[in-house]
Design a protein around this ligand. Structure first.
Ligand code: UDX
Ligand code: ADP
Length: 457
């Protein structure tokens, strides 16, 4: 079978995976291939157990795989065959050298650019899909054009705004698709070629065209603004606890102002995920390197507040439980950074669990999708047990700490849980997910976020 276009994505992870799956589904006329250096990941994409959990993803993969969607580790061949290459490799925060802890580690991006240069025998459109610091496209372009060959590369920025857990919906009906290009005729033509792919299912007015730097910066700023809303409401949660106000009521009241809007105002144990912290720190790093220290300080505070909120949660647990957690068993409900994903990157659960372990608490961690990743994050330890059944996690525990907002935790039989626990039984609701009054009446001492605690003594 011949296809109109060969689309390739390098990096078959949380971003590249679902995005390419959606393109393959909506555009049967294109051949879509995902390549990755990680053989286990590619094997998983080719199996019944996909490497990432995303509601709705497996049905679409089953529909397209082998038809116009392919997964492989043969990066060289795939590059040669392709017309368009999305670069969606990981860009973690640097852990070494200059900018450690803030700047993005671009080694995988650079390696991919060099690989493209080495293998390409015909012109390609190269699309930056990973979240990258502003001006990375420039670096990619310079590498691609360092070969001195006749092959021409057009570099576009097309940041992804999908959120995990709702990736399929976000891809189906995006608020916008953002594409940035060089301000040249070739650049604009490349942009239109990419736009024509999205036009297969995205309404034209949602495809936004900008220059390449605006596109790169907009991605960082979108995440910084979203994270800032969470940190803002979390600072107010502390104020509510100290004054008797209820944070959900405050959020509701301010969210009705159409200028503020209701979303991303849910007080919580803090934000996690691979993007928010990384993107803000990127912004901070860029601002500092441009000597814009006030700008850097402003955004850095969003990350600081997030860590403070997690520490505050643990401090509250210690204070409520008679100032000692040593030898006490704590059931940790949820390890993923939010519901409907198995992803644990930057999950508040990591910091909270480490602090609880420092207090010598015994942890029974449960999560419907993230236990394998939890084990990778925390390792094996005589103080930690990983269990799939939340009822077993709570058996004999002194406290339940609810960390992830999985719907299933709302639907548990808390009478049964209460009966099985050591008394006095505490419930720390880091997501304000549960019915606190009902739990209190069952006998629990309930400590929510941003609301008065409900205790029996
Ligand atoms: C985010 C952006 O939403 C997405 O556009 C971007 O492409 C990637 O980063 P994601 O990390 O998947 O997506 O999750 P998101 O739903 O934004 O939540 C991030 C974190 O904030 C989660 O830990 C979530 O629990 C927390 N959160 C979110 C709150 O604590 N309160 C809220 O009101 C909203
Ligand atoms: P994201 O959330 O940005 O999608 P992931 O870590 O889930 O990040 O996915 C990035 C993927 O990119 C990983 O599966 C990793 O193995 C892959 N990768 C990294 N470097 C390369 C490379 N040079 N060639 C091909 N794949 C790569």
């Amino acid at each position: 079978m011949s296809f109109d276009k060969n689309i390739l994505c390098v990096g078959a992870g949380y971003v590249g995976g679902p995005t390419m799956v959606m393109i393959a589904d909506k555009c049967p006329q294109y051949r879509v291939e995902l390549v990755d250096v990680n053989q286990a990941r590619i094997d998983a994409w080719n199996s019944d157990h996909l490497p990432i959990y995303e509601p709705g993803l497996d049905q679409i993969v089953r529909r397209c795989r082998g038809r116009n969607l392919f997964f492989s580790t043969d990066v060289d061949l795939a590059i040669r065959k392709s017309d368009m290459i999305f670069v969606s490799v990981n860009t973690p925060t640097k852990t070494f050298g200059q900018g450690a802890g803030q700047a993005s580690d671009l080694q995988y991006v650079e390696r991919t650019a060099r690989k493209i240069l080495e293998c390409a025998k015909s012109d390609k459109i190269v699309i930056e899909k990973s979240t990258l610091p502003v001006r990375t496209a420039e670096a990619i372009k310079r590498i691609l054009h360092s070969g001195g060959s006749d092959v021409h590369f057009d570099v576009l920025s097309n940041p992804e705004f999908l959120a995990e857990g709702t990736a399929i919906q976000d891809l189906l009906q995006p608020d916008r698709v953002l594409i940035g290009c060089d301000d040249t005729e070739r650049g604009k033509a490349a942009l239109e070629e990419l736009a024509s792919i999205y036009a297969n299912w995205v309404p034209p007015d949602r495809i936004v065209r900008t220059n390449i730097w605006s596109s790169e910066l907009a991605k960082l700023v979108a995440n910084a603004f979203l994270a800032q809303r969470v940190s803002s409401i979390n600072t107010i949660s502390a104020l509510c606890e100290a004054t008797g106000a209820q944070v959900d009521e405050v959020a509701h009241a301010i969210g009705l102002d159409s200028r503020i809007g209701p979303r991303f105002l849910k007080a919580s144990i803090g934000f996690g995920g691979s993007c928010f912290k990384k993107d803000i720190l990127n912004l901070v790093y860029i601002a500092r390197s441009l000597a814009l220290n006030e700008v850097a300080d402003y955004w850095e505070q969003v990350v600081r507040v997030n860590e403070w909120q997690q520490d505050r949660f643990v401090r509250q647990m210690i204070a409520e439980m008679f100032n000692t957690l040593a030898g006490k068993r704590i059931a940790v409900f949820g390890f993923a950074f939010k519901a409907d994903t198995g992803d644990t990157r930057q999950s508040p659960a990591i910091r909270v669990c480490k602090e609880l372990l420092d207090e010598r608490a015994e942890l029974r961690i449960t999560d419907p999708k993230a236990l394998a990743n939890a084990r990778l994050e925390l390792g094996e330890n005589e103080l930690i047990e990983y269990v799939t059944d939340p009822y077993r996690a709570a058996e004999g525990a002194h406290a339940v700490a609810l960390v992830t907002d999985w719907q299933l935790y709302r639907d548990l039989d808390y009478q049964r849980i209460y009966r099985s626990m050591t008394k006095p039984a505490f419930l720390f609701d880091g997501r304000n997910l549960l019915d606190h009054q009902a739990l209190f009446h069952l006998g629990f001492n309930v400590v929510p976020i941003g609301k008065p605690r409900l205790v029996h003594f």
